[in-house]
Each structure stands twice: as C-alpha cells, then as structure tokens.
Design a protein around this ligand. Structure first.
Ligand code: ATP
Ligand code: MG
Length: 261
C-alpha cells in the first residue's frame, strides 16, 4: 500500500447550536483503513461531530478536510455512507421490500427502483449479499427482526460503495447475541473490504477487539489513540470522564464466533 491517506481531518473545530459550544476545539484525523470507535456520555456531541463530517452542519470555527479536500469544496459525497442514530426508528410498517429499501440508497427515494439500470440492480443485490441478507430480498422490511433490519440499513449505506462508513449507535434495540454478529459484520467490512469505519457506540467493551482506535468525546476530545492505549487508561479515569461507573475494558464476554459469515 502507498502512503497513508487521511480520510477525515478535523482542525480546531468548535460548534454551537445556540449560545454554548457543544463541541470545543476538536482536532481529530482518521486514516484510510482505520476503525474508530467514538464514545461519550449522552449529549457529549457525538452525533453533532458526525453531522459536521457529513457536511449537514457547518462549524463556526475550524476546518474539516475530507479525502484531502476542504469540506466546503468537497463534492464526492458518494464516498461516504451513513447510518443515522434514528435508522432504527424507520417506519417499518411501510410496505417496502429489502431490495427497495437498499435501492433507496442509490435513488434516495423508495419506489423509484424501477428506473434502476441493470448495473445498479446488481449493486443492490451485491450490497444485500455483503450483509448476508440475500435470502430475504423480496421480503417486507417490517417482517425482519431488529438486528436483521440493521443489516439492511448497512446494505443501504453500502450500495453506493462508500470508502468511509459512518454509523451512529447502530445497535440500539438489537439483542446481545445479534449485537455480536453485527459488530463482526462491521469488522469484516473494515478488514476485508478496507472500508474506513467511524462508529459511535456506548458499547466500547463489546467492540474494543474490533476497533483500531478510540476517541472519547465530551464537548472536548478527552482522548484519541490506538485501542491498546485506550485499554491501558485507568478505569478510574474513564469513570471520571463518564461521571458514573462504567464497564469498558473487558471484551472477553463477547463471542465473535461468527454465526453470520
Ligand atoms: N438541533 C439542535 N438544536 C439545539 N441543540 C441541539 C441540537 N442537536 C443537539 N443539540 C444539543 O447539543 C448537545 C450535543 O448533542 P448530540 O446529539 O451531538 O449528543 P450525542 O453525544 O450524540 O448524545 P446521545 O448519546 O444522546 O446521542 C446536546 O446538549 C444537545 O441538547
Ligand atoms: Mg447521538
């Protein structure tokens, strides 16, 4: 591989919705191939940081570069895939098949899938295969379990073949057994397809054997480094950061036997 490419570069970024900053002087860079887990208490600015990276909001201070280009000039948005924190509140009563939901990642509109080219249809099927949901192609999204639906939302984000996949707490409502295989899927996407991953999670203990880097956010960036370094942080420091007791450091309670390969 050639020189490490910086996919996201955030410099001195502050952001406020109203008077007070919710993010303050954030400096963070993510290299190609990294799997970054972002942790932090509720309201610490995690979703806001993702929205800044996605260009949905603009920082009042600081600069952001995506793929080496200033975000204000960046146009290759298909290189970014996004699964929002609210993906799991998607109206699953809506009569759409798995194929249609994933195709909407290309057309942005469910129901427009009839206009897809043959090549696009193939892309949709491929994305569904990657997440292991091909047996459900024509099934209704509402008939799937929470964990299966999350896989479909990942496929929808993958269909445009992104180089960076951004996920905001994608496992809310997914049970422990399915969470493990869901994280295994993310791990495979990172390892095998080389997709750079940015994951907001409250579940860092379950995923610390999968992420390459960890960032701890609470308005400021309290820590950013390799996972090993993170694990060596004293538990006391983490409790101080969260303001309550948490269980972050053990990942041996997770089985990643890969029932869903
Ligand atoms: N649209 C908005 N308008 C005003 N304030 C907002 C808006 N969105 C978020 N905030 C505030 O900004 C702060 C950071 O919110 P954000 O959603 O980024 O937190 P988070 O770390 O993602 O939290 P959670 O873990 O609950 O998802 C919070 O204090 C929140 O109330
Ligand atoms: Mg959030």
């Amino acid at each position: 591989m050639s020189q490490q490419q910086t996919i996201v570069n955030i410099q001195h970024v502050s952001y406020r919705y109203e008077k007070e900053n919710v993010l303050e002087d954030i400096n963070l860079s993510i290299n190609k191939g990294a799997f970054l887990g972002i942790v932090g208490p509720n309201g610490s600015g995690k979703s806001t940081l993702l929205k800044l990276i996605l260009g949905l909001i603009k920082p009042q201070t600081g600069e952001i570069q995506l793929f080496g280009e200033d975000i204000t000039r960046f146009r290759e948005w298909q290189k970014l895939g996004y699964v929002s924190q609210k993906a799991n509140s998607f109206n699953t009563g809506f009569p759409a098949t798995i194929f249609e939901v994933v195709a909407s990642g290309l057309t942005k509109k469910i129901g427009m899938f009839r206009r897809l080219s043959k090549g696009d249809r193939q892309k949709v099927v491929n994305a569904i295969k990657i997440v292991g949901m091909e047996a459900f192609l024509h099934q209704n999204i509402g008939e799937l379990s929470g964990g299966q639906q999350q896989r479909v939302f990942i496929a929808r984000a993958l269909v445009s073949e992104p180089e960076l996949l951004i996920l905001d707490e994608p496992t809310v409502g997914v049970d422990a057994k399915n969470v493990a295989s869901f994280y295994e899927l993310l791990y495979q996407l990172n390892k095998q397809q080389g997709i750079t991953m940015l994951l907001v999670t409250h579940d860092i203990g379950a995923i610390s054997d999968k992420v390459t880097h960890v960032a701890c956010l609470n308005k400021n960036l309290h820590f950013h480094g390799e996972t090993l370094e993170f694990e060596q942080l004293k538990l006391g420091e983490m409790n101080e950061f969260y303001g309550h007791d948490i269980h972050v450091l053990s990942h041996d309670h997770v089985h990643t036997g890969g029932t869903n390969r």
